[in-house]
Ligand binder design. Structure first.
Ligand SMILES: C[S@@+](CC[C@H](N)C(=O)[O-])C[C@H]1O[C@@H](n2cnc3c(N)ncnc32)[C@H](O)[C@@H]1O
Length: 275
């Protein structure tokens, strides 16, 4: 059993504009919530809300909604609370609570349960779909986005480096801790089997990153968290691991004339509980 990775919200936010784009693309496909028809504020849950910046975007689409972000990381929740908790400009309310998505069950009826770039960290999350759908109001929606680039060099090289004789004893599967996704068609099957109208798709973003070793900087905010957590306190080992990984990434993602191209595939799923 591994301990939960320690997150660094500031590092994670380095690439916030690239990381926010898929959330906006997800949001654009979410249908009107039942609350609007019923003339009441919407109730929304954001699972794995991180530093709360995308949670706050929900208040732009549903200004008077009561929105709760749930996350396991105290570091993430601390920043989310500081930056985003409280009343929203449209008269709604934003709050944050600690919860493990693996065991989270809706504590009240929600019009929307949403999750952005978090469920890949939650083994067996599809087994929670029936529970989450049960927790939706009639006409409500479950919507999520997960990264699906685990065979790309950035993530494959991380997994392979952790498996080398030098690192295996300390890191073993730490480089693959976040690989708990299904194929897009499997998500579609699961959600339609549960009686939903489902809209599932994939997008590859051709991201252009700037700066020195930008792919390393990207993964330091996400996929590298378990490795950095496992090596915490051993600065020499961290420096050595990062140096080896950096060399591999430089070869896989050489800088071009306009920056470093870092393609990133993501899966989107929207399940609508029909009236
Ligand atoms: C890549 S961040 C995404 C944050 C935010 N949703 C966003 O789009 O910016 C992944 C988040 O999932 C959270 N997370 C990972 N495993 C979790 C779990 N079992 N329960 C709740 N949150 C979890 C992490 O703490 C982290 O904040």
């Amino acid at each position: 059993m591994h301990s939960a990775p320690i997150w660094d919200p500031q590092q994670y936010l380095h690439h916030s504009s690239h990381r926010t784009r898929p959330f906006l693309d997800l949001l654009a496909r979410i249908p009107e919530l039942p609350a609007a028809k019923e003339g009441r504020p919407a109730r929304i849950a954001d699972i794995g809300c991180g530093p709360g910046n995308v949670t706050a975007l929900l208040a732009e689409r549903w200004p008077d909604a009561h929105i709760t972000g749930f996350d396991l990381s105290r570091e993430m929740l601390e920043l989310a609370d500081k930056e985003h908790a409280g009343t929203t400009p449209g008269g709604g309310w934003l709050d944050f609570r600690r919860a493990d998505a693996a065991h989270w069950t809706p504590d009240e009826p929600y019009d929307l349960i949403v999750s952005n770039a978090a469920l890949q960290w939650v083994p067996n999350h599809p087994e929670s779909f029936p529970i989450w759908l049960d927790g939706l109001t009639t006409g409500g929606t479950l919507a999520f986005q997960v990264p699906a680039n685990f065979t790309s060099p950035s993530h494959a090289l991380l997994g392979e480096l952790c498996e080398t004789p030098q690192w295996r004893p300390r890191l073993a599967d730490q480089g693959r801790r976040f690989v708990h996704i299904l194929d897009a068609t499997d998500y579609l099957g699961r959600l339609t089997d549960l009686g939903c109208t489902a809209d599932v798709w994939e997008t590859v973003y051709s991201q252009l990153l700037q700066g020195e070793d930008p792919v390393l900087d990207w993964v330091k905010g996400t996929a590298l968290r378990p490795v950095l957590t496992a090596l915490e306190g051993d600065d020499e080992a961290v420096a050595e691991f990062l140096s080896q990984y950096r060399d591999l990434l430089r070869k896989a993602y050489p800088p071009g004339p306009h920056g470093t191209v870092f393609p990133f595939r993501r899966i989107f799923a929207i399940a609508h509980k029909e009236y």
